[in-house]
Each structure stands twice: as structure tokens, then as C-alpha cells.
Design a binder for this molecule. Structure first.
Ligand SMILES: [Zn+2]
Length: 136
């Protein structure tokens, strides 16, 4: 009886450690998939107050004269959008979330996420007449 309890506890601990490891290894999992439509440049990973985020590399390297787009995307927002999108469609995620995303395009303080299966999500779609902020 005792052994079972210990084993159970051990496997729970292993699971917790594994989860942390998996999250860490998937840091910046959307790198190279995000494009700035203002300048055509790629978004690069950047730490913002201890949080992972992405920013236009042209803006970061050459300043606002080269690209005026200083819109940043937080990793946690992308994870939330992609997770919700995949859950709604009952897609199982075994590896990184990034594997399900083909590209992300950023324009006018919003972005569109394109998925492998041809579907997409939209965030801050200013063109929408009802002002919808999220479309999973
Ligand atoms: Zn740019």
C-alpha cells in the first residue's frame, strides 16, 4: 500500500517537472513565423518585464524611421489564442503549439494566425464594423 502511494506521488512530481521542462523548451515557439506587414520584416523574441514577447526586428534594430510598427505580441496571448482555437476544433496538441501554426501576420496593432488545417484566428480586427477584438 505504502509503495503505491509513494509511486503515485513520484509520478505526479515527474509529471510536474516534465510540464515545466516542456514549457521551457517551447519558449519562443512562434519565432520566424511572425511577419510585420508594415515593413515585411520578421518578428523576433524579446523579453518584456520578465515576460516573453515578440517585436518587429526592423523596428528593434533600425528604429521607427525604418518601421513605425512598435506593436508587441506577448507569448502568453499567442498561447491563449492558439490553445483556444485548437480546443474549439478538438485538435490534439502533443508537441509545441507552434507546430500547428504556419504563419502570423501583424498589421495595425492586430494580427492574424494561420493554421496548418487552413483555418485562422484574428486579434484586434479594426476593419470589423462591430469592433470584434478576438476571433478564435
Ligand atoms: Zn516592421
Amino acid at each position: 500500500m505504502m509503495n503505491i502511494a509513494i509511486n503515485e506521488r513520484f509520478s505526479k512530481l515527474t509529471f510536474a517537472v516534465k510540464s515545466i521542462f516542456i514549457q521551457e523548451s517551447y519558449m519562443y515557439q512562434f519565432t520566424s513565423k511572425i511577419t510585420c506587414l508594415h515593413c515585411g520584416g520578421k518578428y523576433r523574441g524579446k523579453k518584456m518585464r520578465d515576460k516573453l514577447a515578440y517585436s518587429c526586428s526592423t523596428y528593434e534594430k533600425k528604429g521607427k524611421e525604418s518601421c513605425s510598427n512598435n506593436f508587441k505580441i506577448k507569448e502568453e496571448d499567442l498561447v491563449h489564442m492558439v490553445t483556444t482555437h485548437l480546443q474549439i476544433r478538438n485538435v490534439r496538441v502533443e508537441g509545441s503549439l507552434g507546430e500547428h501554426v504556419t504563419k502570423i501576420e501583424v498589421k495595425d496593432e492586430g494580427y492574424k494566425i494561420y493554421y496548418l488545417d487552413g483555418t485562422h484566428s484574428v486579434v484586434n480586427d479594426n476593419s470589423h464594423q462591430y469592433g470584434v477584438k478576438f476571433k478564435y
